[in-house]
Design a binder for this molecule. Structure first.
Ligand code: SIN
Ligand code: FE2
Length: 216
């Protein structure tokens, strides 16, 4: 479609390409916000947010939990996926069908058919929390994309290239925005700048981000 007709593109949400294999779907999750927030409440009642320790011994500023058949964890021994919550010894809460369907639909919209996530890392940022530039590379299947759903306070998302030193672009991610990266962008470096203060109508002084992965 040429620029001339962009204004008439009314079917589906606004789509912003970030790189080959990476796209920002503005507002894609917005219609499901109430169900998403209820699902997150139920998950965190069983597996509360906690600030994990990096292999280098630092406590992360972002608080995390998971749902799915495995969850991403970090401690002094390294990063890995584990079927159990290390804080309780119990399996992570199952991934609610609504969450899986939303991730599958977003992946499909981005050109990745048949995405079947088995892990969802849920990050909670309070003002000042950030995530340094990194690659998501602990997953066994990097043929599958990453689907990232943002809720609550807006954040600055940094998206770079395949080398840490590659230039990064900055994007504001707002409540309901979804980013999908896979294919040639699957191992792109990305991160989140320090969260600014503010008050979100549904989430208060927080940003919650869900990243869906095919880990195993
Ligand atoms: C992540 O890279 O795991 C989180 C990205 C985000 O919070 O937007
Ligand atoms: Fe990541």
């Amino acid at each position: 479609m040429t620029d001339l007709f962009d204004g008439f593109e009314i079917a589906g949400p606004a789509r912003q390409p970030l790189a080959p294999g990476a796209v920002l779907l503005r507002g894609f999750a917005q219609p499901h916000e109430t169900e998403l927030l209820a699902a997150i409440e139920a998950i965190t009642a069983q597996a509360p947010f906690r600030r994990m320790i990096t292999p280098g011994g630092h406590q992360m500023s972002v608080a995390m939990t998971n749902c799915g058949s495995v969850g991403w964890v970090t401690d002094r021994s390294g990063y890995r996926y584990d079927a159990c919550d290390p804080d309780t010894g119990r399996p992570w809460p199952a991934m609610p069908p609504l969450l899986r369907q939303l991730a599958e639909q977003a992946a499909n919209e981005a050109g990745f058919a048949a995405f079947a996530p088995d892990a969802c890392l849920i990050n909670c940022y309070e003002p000042g929390a950030k995530m340094s530039l990194h690659q998501d590379r602990d997953e066994r299947d990097i043929g599958a994309p990453i689907v990232s759903v943002s809720l609550g306070l807006p954040a600055t998302f940094l998206f770079g290239g395949l080398k840490r030193s590659d230039k990064t672009q900055r994007y504001q991610l707002a409540h309901g925005d979804v980013v999908v990266w896979g294919g040639p962008a699957r191992l792109a470096f990305h991160g989140v700048g320090p969260l600014a203060g503010g008050e979100h109508a549904r989430l208060g002084r927080r940003r919650i981000n869900l990243t869906f992965r095919r880990a195993q």
